[in-house]
Design a protein around this ligand. Structure first.
Ligand SMILES: Nc1nc2c(ncn2[C@@H]2O[C@H](COP(=O)(O)OP(=O)(O)OP(=O)(O)O)[C@@H](O)[C@H]2O)c(=O)[nH]1
Length: 772
């Protein structure tokens, strides 16, 4: 049943005349029954609407003061009075409890609820506790990385906090808070430390962001005594770092070479068979050149008609379906020189042995070079056309060098040939082909080319010209190549017949132009993508070369000074003078500098009072100087360093001695200082007189040892009766190098023969030494 509200009841409740209400509701409700007329909910709402419109409050404050209930709601709103109408309407609804009707109350509550949901919180002027949002934020993202993103994802911050103080306590700013969180995070995560194979203690300390003392202490704990400049190995450094709370990791150093060159292994499916690369070796005049010519001629006439044959250091010949690449640099010296530079190009070596001459010294050398390089050997027994040819003898001699011919059950192919008549050349080539087939030589043509330089020269017209052998990959015209310290773009590429090529695959020798300088034979070459990096690598290689050259420079010492002057290497003798008093320093400086002559200038580069220190030695090392000290000693560090670096360190008590030494060194007259070093003593227990040999003493070594060739003092009853040298030292019947204490031996002297039982031999030797 719908609840009806009669007008007179409502008027009574509101304290208004019924007439007023009827006026409002005129036209809206059926008012035929005057004040007894009933209103439904909708009409009632309309009535309230109208009434509140009429009864607007000029000032909300006055109302709030009167109505404590309404105050609560008002709290959340701005204190400003003259605010929009809406809040007032809502405020009016708070009055609803006046309506006694429970249904009306419900409706009023509903409206109030709506009003609540519509409430706007004006944060600009209100202080909101934002810390709870921040806490939540921390819970959600405690490990927020300290990146730029983290900054954009800022927490809510109250404007009111800008003052920095609240309740007397200093409140950290957002930046400080982030900084604190960052520091906490850093503290929690162990420091990542990269450790190379070897590292100095100082460097490790720097990387661990600790003092070196800490590291040294830890090292001591581990039983390693090291100073800040000492180098420790990876394992030790790893242990120290992890024990001190760091997270050590192996430092992987990526070299320019690794970045530049394609180093990955070729996949099996990418590999194709390539032709073998063959070199010819043998004794002088056994026919290496003639054989190479014969091979080349056979191939040129049959296949390459018309080409202008050029010498480029290597060529290809056709054999059946396949090809063989010959390196046209006969001789094992060239072969080994290239190998020494790291270029192992050859697969098969043809060992030429003249049938009339047999194995000769250079044949043996060639065998050993080929064996050392691990290449297969095929023996060509040459000059078979000669009547005195004796191949069996050659084969016989081969077996002495562990080369057993196939005919005799071994695995070495021997082919009788004649370079003169071309007999057997085809068979030889077939055998090379066969050996290559067995070796299954493969390469990947679809990668950047790499190989080695066979020959290189500077051509007047074309600039640097190099013959390179492509060992893997394919070289194209226009490729950037790096060979040793030469870099450049392949401008032109020709084969041994002078034909221009656009590309060269594996096992192809080609002559290229375009390099900026002449590389050395045996240098590796690589085609690369990154020209800039290649230039960087060249710079690095040049620097290394210089460094090696620099290291090979001999350190200047007074002993080698003269020879260096003679060779024109020393034009200046640098000296560091250290003395006990300043007067001596000056005196020495002047006297030494006066020794300068037309050939050599003597220059004192440093003079000071005090002991010789490590820094003096370092200066001497860097400037190839010698150190002269008067009445001063080097400290132990300096002494060690001088020994390591080969710095000549001379100590004198008399200035004159120093001047004399330097002067005689400049004239090449410096006499080496010699001292006696005792070796041992032996007692003579028996003397044998042997005709043609003389007296042989049967001795027992009582002290030290006796060395072959030692000097011997013969001591009888405490008196030296002779000074001689050992002629022989034997144990039983064998000559020996030395005999130690407690052993018997036989000794004879070079000159002195009058030895007797009970004499003593005192063995000693003379050694050159440097005064300290
Ligand atoms: N009868 C005959 N003579 C030959 C044969 N092969 C080479 N000769 C001769 O042997 C001599 C030396 O030949 P080379 O080819 O120069 O020998 P090589 O080993 O290259 O000599 P080097 O370059 O000096 O090390 C020459 O006079 C050749 O004519 C051959 O098969 N038969």
């Amino acid at each position: 049943m719908i609840k009806q509200h009669r007008i007179h009841e409502l008027a009574k409740d509101m304290g208004l005349p019924s007439k007023d209400l009827m006026e409002i509701m005129e036209g809206k409700a059926d008012l035929t029954k005057k004040h007894m007329s009933a209103l439904d909910d909708e009409q009632l709402s309309y009535l309230f609407e109208k009434l509140t419109e009429r009864n607007q409050l000029p000032n909300l404050d006055s109302y709030l003061e009167k109505k404590p209930v309404a105050k609560e709601a008002a709290k959340a709103r701005p204190q400003k009075a003259a605010k929009p109408k809406k809040p007032k309407e809502k405020l009016q609804t708070v009055k609803l409890p006046v309506v006694q009707d429970p249904e009306a109350e419900k409706a009023a509550e509903e409206i109030a609820k709506q009003a609540k949901t519509l409430r706007h919180v004006e944060t600009r002027a209100v202080d909101v506790n934002l810390d709870k949002f921040n806490e939540k934020y921390d819970r959600i993202a405690p490990q927020t990385p300290k990146t730029k993103n983290a900054v954009t994802k800022q927490k809510f911050t109250s404007r009111g906090r800008r003052g920095g103080f609240r309740g007397g306590k200093k409140v950290e700013t957002e930046a400080q808070r982030l900084q604190r969180l960052r520091m906490e995070n850093i503290k929690k995560t162990p420091l990542k430390v990269l450790i190379p194979d070897e590292i100095t203690v100082g460097e490790l300390a720097a990387r661990m962001k600790m003092t070196a003392a800490n590291i040294i202490k830890k090292l001591m704990g581990l039983g390693v005594m090291a100073s800040i400049s000492d180098t420790i190995d990876y394992d030790t450094a790893f242990l120290v770092a992890s024990e001190l709370g760091c997270a050590p990791e192996k430092e992987v150093v990526v070299t320019i070479e690794e970045r530049l060159f394609e180093e990955e292994e070729d996949k099996n499916e990418d590999l194709v068979t390539r032709s073998p690369i063959v070199v010819v070796m043998g004794h002088v005049d056994h026919g290496k050149t003639s054989l190479l010519d014969a091979i080349r001629h056979a191939s040129v006439t049959s296949t390459e008609a018309g080409g202008i044959t050029q010498h480029i250091g290597a060529y290809k010949v056709k054999v059946g379906d396949g090809e063989i690449t010959f390196l046209d640099t006969p001789g094992h010296e060239a072969f080994t020189a290239m190998r020494a530079r790291g270029a192992l190009m050859t697969d098969i070596a043809i060992l030429v042995v003249a049938a009339d001459d047999g194995i000769m010294p250079q044949t043996v050398e060639a065998i050993n070079h080929a064996k050392a390089a691990g290449v297969s050997i095929i023996v060509a027994i040459n000059k078979m056309d000669k009547p005195e040819a004796n191949p069996d003898r050659v084969m016989q001699e081969l077996t002495e060098y562990e080369l057993v011919p196939e005919e005799w059950g071994g695995d070495v192919i021997c082919v009788p040939v004649s370079a003169a008549t071309k007999q057997g050349i085809d068979t030889l080539l077939e055998m090379v082909q066969l050996t290559a087939d067995v070796k299954e030589l493969k390469a990947n043509p679809n990668r950047m080319a790499k190989g080695a330089v066979i020959e290189a020269k500077l051509d007047k017209g074309r600039g640097p010209v190099a013959t390179v052998l492509v060992q893997n990959g394919t070289l194209h015209r226009g490729d950037v190549v790096i060979a040793g310290t030469a870099v450049g773009r392949v401008r032109a590429m020709t084969d041994e017949n002078g034909r221009r090529l656009e590309e060269a695959g594996p096992a192809t020798p080609v002559e290229i132009t375009g390099l900026a300088e002449v590389p050395a034979a045996g240098d590796d070459f690589n085609a690369v993508e990154n020209e800039k990096l290649a230039r960087e690598l060249v710079e690095k290689r040049r620097y290394q070369q210089k460094q090696e050259q620099f290291n090979s420079y001999q350190k200047v010492t007074l002993e080698n000074l003269f020879s260096q002057i003679e060779q024109g290497e020393s034009k200046e003798l640098s000296i560091i003078v250290k003395a006990d008093v300043q007067g001596s320093v000056e005196a020495v400086r002047q006297s030494l500098e006066k020794l300068s002559n037309d050939e050599v200038k003597v220059r004192v580069i440093h003079g000071a009072v005090g002991a010789i220190t490590e820094s003096d030695v370092m200066l001497a090392e860097a400037s190839s100087a010698i150190i002269v000290g008067f009445n001063v000693r080097p400290d132990p560090l300096a002494r060690n360093r001088a020994e390591e670096a080969g710095v000549d360190l001379r100590l004198y008590r008399v200035i004159y001695d120093a001047i004399e030494d330097v002067e005689s060194a400049m004239k090449g007259m410096l006499a080496p200082k010699i001292r006696e070093v005792d070796l041992g003593r032996a007692e003579i227990r028996q003397v044998y007189r042997i005709s043609n040999v003389g007296a042989v003493a049967g001795c027992y070594v009582t002290e030290g040892k006796i060395l072959r060739g030692a000097k011997i003092r013969v001591v009888r009853d405490g008196i030296i009766i002779a000074d001689d040298e050992l002629a022989s030292l034997k144990r039983f019947k064998d000559d020996v190098k030395e005999v130690a204490q407690g052993y018997e031996c036989g000794m004879s002297l070079q000159k002195f023969n009058d030895i007797k039982e009970g004499d003593f031999f005192e063995a000693y030797m003379m050694e050159e030494y440097r005064e300290d």
